[in-house]
Design a protein around this ligand. Structure first.
Ligand code: PMP
Length: 287
């Protein structure tokens, strides 16, 4: 695979950054994950906008303008002959002597890592995943703005470790106030009596691009949506539950801890939204 590194494409084995890169030393950087369908990047503008906002939140100046960045993403697909792919953009503070002061780094390091996307196992969509509510809490907004998609993902990694230990596919984190927030790499929704519920942005979650899209799809389908506060008991009692993110789209959840959600199968609202999602992808990506 050819990796875009700073201003050129390099072979994977040559795609290396310095041990003095502040991304490595301090997790001082931001990232985005995008998905391409048939050579077209889905919701590209939204991802670029979020990347810009994340970088602004850390006072990292983007090394390129958004139209140039967009071109490099598209080139990355072409150079690697990729149609269905995940693209990870990483921007770090850059190379500089040890020390926290951002002024030590002259320019950001900019990387695009492409991956072939083979899709999740269809069995997972068919049977649904298991989630676990982990003890590690979502970093509260006063500590770090959740809209900054920073390279420092430590509490999410701890959530993942715990979820695996609990034999779950994803770990849901509570906020410091005890309400549910989001998964380690996903937002989540529940369905109860025909209504869709998801933690509000004021609960300290990342405003997922997929989350927003799913809320819009639900409203178009006349399914009421409430962005609110949810407790673990709301999840256990729900008729349906699903996760959202760019790569898995809408993934049903059928087990949470020892509880079976609904009748243990992906429910009708989840299936309807998943179909609407895929229809919109086909339209936007001209498949
Ligand atoms: N929350 C977290 C913590 C994430 O890492 C992600 C993945 N980017 C999401 C939610 C979902 O965001 P999106 O729908 O934009 O992929």
């Amino acid at each position: 695979m050819n990796i875009y590194l700073n201003n050129k494409f390099v072979a994977e084995r040559n795609a290396v950054v310095s041990v003095f890169d502040h991304g490595f030393l301090y997790g001082d950087g931001v990232f985005e994950t995008l998905r391409a369908y048939h050579g077209r990047i889905f919701r590209l503008d939204e991802h670029l906008k979020r990347l810009k906002e994340s970088a602004r939140g850390l006072e990292i100046s983007l090394p390129q303008t958004l139209p140039v960045l967009r071109r490099h993403l598209e080139e990355t697909l072409l150079v690697n002959h990729l149609k269905n792919a995940l693209l990870r953009i990483c921007i770090s503070r850059g190379y500089g002597p040890i020390g926290l002061d951002p002024a030590l780094c002259r320019k950001p390091t900019f990387v695009i890592i492409p991956r072939v996307f083979k899709g999740y196992n269809p069995r997972q969509y068919h049977h649904g995943l298991k989630v676990s509510i982990v003890s590690v809490r979502r970093t509260p907004p006063p500590a770090l703005d959740p809209q900054i998609k920073s390279a420092n993902f430590l509490n999410n990694i701890l959530a993942k470790i715990q979820a695996k230990r609990n034999h779950a596919d994803e770990g849901l984190m509570l906020g410091v106030n005890g309400y549910l927030t989001e998964g380690s790499i996903s937002n989540f929704f529940i369905v109860s009596r025909g209504q869709l519920y998801t933690p509000g942005v004021d609960q300290g979650i990342l405003m997922g691009i997929t989350r927003r899209f799913v809320i819009d799809l639900a409203r178009q389908a006349d399914i009421p949506v409430k962005e609110t506060r949810l407790l673990p008991s709301d999840l256990y009692k729900a008729d349906e539950c699903f996760l959202t993110n760019t790569s898995m789209e809408i993934m049903p959840i059928t087990k949470a801890e020892g509880f079976t959600i609904g009748d243990g199968k992906p429910g009708p609202v989840t299936r309807l939204l998943r179909e609407a999602y895929q229809e919109q992808v086909r339209l936007e990506c001209r498949i």
